[in-house]
Design a protein around this ligand. Structure first.
Ligand code: HPA
Length: 252
């Protein structure tokens, strides 16, 4: 969405990462098996209700969470949501914290991205069409939607950190301590593996896109302790349930 352009959320699509679909507050009404010019999305797109509010849901890692971040068909995912009439996309990401205010259990609404991923199909302009689109990406996350997301989070009693730079790494391994030091020097506050090329593809399709990030661990070398996958899972399980209610409040 261009800066300054106001837009009503007519159909919200939520793209979720690990953990989200364990939440049983979602009442599934239907499933859409979508084909796009870029192939199939990660999973059937669910149409469901949370607290009586209807939305689309897409599990980024697929049913059974089999897709690692570099193997996700981001182009098909975003195109499928557009085909189903999504007007806005909010993504729920699990991330590692780099900046001291962004420790495990903290929600963050980031406003910037640095992309360290590679080898992913990252644009709809792939040389097969007539035109190459150079979209503006100064603000990777839609400001108006991020502001609405903040209000919705407040309505549920959450106090997310506002603003922050998401460094998107390739995965699926976590980073080395030296890589995190480099990200920190570059200005990254958070590290995750899935915001890109998702955010850029949404921009190419002119779909306003915002991120709701849950910090589940200190990034490598930030804390003296080893990163424990069990601990990360615990933070996800205890913090994820309100996230879908926040999505419902976006439309309330
Ligand atoms: N690095 C990258 N992605 C992540 C991390 C991390 O430390 N934690 C959760 N997702």
């Amino acid at each position: 969405m261009e800066p300054g352009k106001q837009s009503e959320i007519t159909k919200l699509a939520v793209v979720g990462g690990s953990g989200l679909f364990d939440f049983d507050g979602l009442q599934v009404i239907g499933q859409h098996r979508v084909e796009t010019p870029y192939g199939k999305p990660s999973a059937p797109v669910l149409e469901g209700e949370v607290e009586g509010v209807r939305m689309l849901f897409l599990s980024r890692h697929g049913e059974g969470r089999h897709l690692p971040p570099h193997a996700i068909n981001y182009r098909a995912n975003i195109a499928a949501l557009q085909q189903l009439g999504a007007s806005h996309i909010v993504t729920i990401n699990i991330v590692g914290g780099i900046t001291s205010t962004m420790g495990p259990g903290v929600w963050v609404i980031p406003d910037q991205i640095i992309d360290y991923s590679w080898g992913r199909e990252h644009s709809y302009s792939d040389g097969t069409g007539d035109v190459t689109r150079h979209v503006d990406f100064s603000d990777p996350y839609d400001r108006e939607l991020s502001e609405k997301l903040l209000q919705a989070a407040h309505a549920v009693g959450l106090e997310p950190v506002v603003g922050g730079t998401y460094g998107c790494t390739q995965g699926p391994r976590l980073e080395s301590s030296a890589e995190i030091q480099r990200l920190r020097q570059d200005g990254c506050d958070l590290v995750g593996m899935t915001a890109m090329p998702e955010a850029a593809l949404a921009r190419e399709l002119e779909l306003p896109y915002a991120g709701f990030c849950l910090v589940v661990n200190w990034a490598a070398g930030i804390s003296e302790r080893m990163i424990s996958i069990e601990e990360m899972q615990r933070v996800v399980s205890s913090n994820m349930p309100p996230a879908l209610v926040v999505m419902a409040k976006l439309l309330a």
